[in-house]
Design a protein around this ligand. Structure first.
Ligand SMILES: *[C@@H]1O[C@H](CO)[C@@H](O)[C@H](O)[C@H]1NC(C)=O
Ligand SMILES: *[C@@H]1O[C@H](CO)[C@@H](O)[C@H](O)[C@H]1NC(C)=O
Ligand SMILES: *[C@@H]1O[C@H](CO)[C@@H](O)[C@H](O)[C@H]1NC(C)=O
Ligand SMILES: *[C@@H]1O[C@H](CO)[C@@H](O)[C@H](O)[C@H]1NC(C)=O
Ligand SMILES: *[C@@H]1O[C@H](CO)[C@@H](O)[C@H](O)[C@H]1NC(C)=O
Ligand SMILES: *[C@@H]1O[C@H](CO)[C@@H](O)[C@H](O)[C@H]1NC(C)=O
Ligand SMILES: *[C@@H]1O[C@H](CO)[C@@H](O)[C@H](O)[C@H]1NC(C)=O
Ligand SMILES: *[C@@H]1O[C@H](CO)[C@@H](O)[C@H](O)[C@H]1NC(C)=O
Length: 357
């Protein structure tokens, strides 16, 4: 399969088969299933790419790095792009949706078993004004707990990778006790299978409160789309990710997809199977995009905006700002599908009939 894909993609791209691989700096918060498949099953290489996965430590650093050219492309929850673009006029553009927040949950240390028991404690977040902090406030408000009333506080810790490690440890590296946080794919699956005495409790699933909810999105510097070289790199990266996403969406490829997830994350087969189910969940997973082609779920994006609005998250936006107009896709807008459309045209669709991984 790898050989066939390589040959076809090279022909499709009109590139010499033995050309040197192009380097891509990819910033991401988590190793998604689509990325795992692309990386483990040779999709990046087949598309002529050498992708360096750069773990985003926190959203503030991550988006600053994207804007200063440290990442060629990034996947992060779209709320960050909405915030930076509408509040701060930052030239970020989203070129497509990757997921609708698979296994987005609130998780706690083992002795806290109900959401209302979070009263009086601090909750770990990436940033109090970005990412999932507003979601946390929304869900907790349904249990009568309000940040503004002092029912709980936020402790700024970093992205999910760091928060998960701290939650399982029960403390920050300096020994400060931690109580709960938001978890995303694949950490909810990992939490469920964690070593018993430290196994986190999954208190609530965000999808039970807000649905649909657009989350991970391919995000780039707007200027990169005007630069021929950068644009070509983004297009090729998206083509490889699209091919991997199609593979993920193919039920007969389940075994190979689970194996790719397992190897990429270095987790047990139990966790990999659970992560696969999350990644292919039709409502929240990486295969939930309308059309299966990285198109944004419009209602999912409106829900992101609604939740942020509810907690005064658009304080720098003029009162008469037209959100409806601002989310219409187009060149120079928040959402620009043009490079996605080019990528889809350049993608060699994987044939499910081929045997082997
Ligand atoms: C990818 O890039 C890294 C770092 O530049 C390099 O060490 C590695 O050999 C490259 N891999 C391939 C397959 O070219
Ligand atoms: C974000 O990450 C950067 C780079 O690792 C670090 O210097 C900074 O202190 C972090 N910020 C927060 C709020 O954790
Ligand atoms: C936003 O940035 C663009 C250039 O990127 C500029 O033309 C525009 O005036 C800015 N708007 C505001 C409100 O600062
Ligand atoms: C859970 O343990 C923490 C100390 O680690 C304690 O402060 C808290 O009261 C406990 N919560 C419950 C519900 O027992
Ligand atoms: C431990 O680290 C956290 C996060 O960096 C910090 O807020 C807190 O003050 C530190 N606590 C101690 C006792 O050093
Ligand atoms: C376009 O991007 C490439 C690669 O990042 C860079 O080397 C080049 O200077 C850029 N060109 C312009 C006109 O900005
Ligand atoms: C994979 O996980 C195992 C145990 O869970 C650990 O011993 C090993 O070092 C990990 N391998 C890598 C490459 O991280
Ligand atoms: C992607 O899917 C959407 C929704 O089904 C559809 O309207 C659009 O034409 C598709 N675009 C491409 C480039 O395939």
């Amino acid at each position: 399969m790898r050989t066939t894909l390589l040959l076809l993609s090279s022909l499709a791209a009109g590139a010499p088969i033995a050309a040197a691989l192009q380097h891509v700096n990819y910033g991401a918060f988590t190793q998604t299933a689509t990325y795992s498949i692309a990386n483990q099953l040779g999709f990046f290489t087949a598309y002529g790419l050498n992708v360096t996965y750069l773990q985003v430590p926190n959203s503030t650093y991550g988006y600053a790095t994207l804007l200063n050219g440290g990442y060629d492309i990034m996947t992060g929850t779209i709320d960050n792009a909405v915030n930076l673009r509408f509040n701060s006029n930052q030239s970020l553009t989203v070129t497509g949706q990757l997921d609708q927040a698979p296994e987005l949950t609130i998780a706690s240390i083992p002795n806290i078993t109900r959401v209302d028991q979070l009263k009086g404690f601090s909750l770990m977040v990436d940033s109090p004004v970005s990412g999932y902090a507003f979601i946390l406030r929304k869900v907790l408000s349904r249990y009568g707990l309000y940040l503004e009333n002092g029912d709980y506080t936020f402790r700024v810790v970093g992205s999910t990778v760091i928060r998960y490690a701290d939650l399982v440890a029960g403390s920050l590296p300096n020994g400060t006790a931690v109580y709960a946080t938001i978890l995303t794919y694949p950490f909810t699956s990992e939490a469920r299978d964690a070593y018993e005495p430290q196994r986190p409790i999954i208190l609530a699933s965000v999808a039970d409160f807000i649905q649909p909810f657009t989350s991970s999105a391919f995000t780039v510097r707007e200027s990169a789309l005007q630069n021929t070289t950068s644009r070509a790199l983004i297009r090729t990266f998206k083509a490889a990710m699209y091919a991997a996403n199609q593979y993920l969406a193919t039920p007969t490829r389940q075994g190979c997809s689970i194996e790719a997830i397992k190897n990429q994350l270095n987790v047990s087969i139990t966790v990999a199977k659970s992560a696969y189910l999350a990644a292919t969940n039709p409502l929240t997973g990486e295969t939930s995009s309308p059309g299966g082609n990285f198109t944004m779920n419009r209602q999912g994006l409106l829900n992101v905006i609604d939740v942020r609005s509810q907690f005064r998250g658009f304080e720098l936006v003029p009162a008469d700002f037209n959100f409806n107009e601002a989310i219409v896709p187009g060149v120079g807008k928040l959402i620009d599908y043009s490079v996605r459309d080019e990528a889809l045209a350049a993608t060699v669709r994987y044939s499910p009939a081929t045997s082997g991984c």
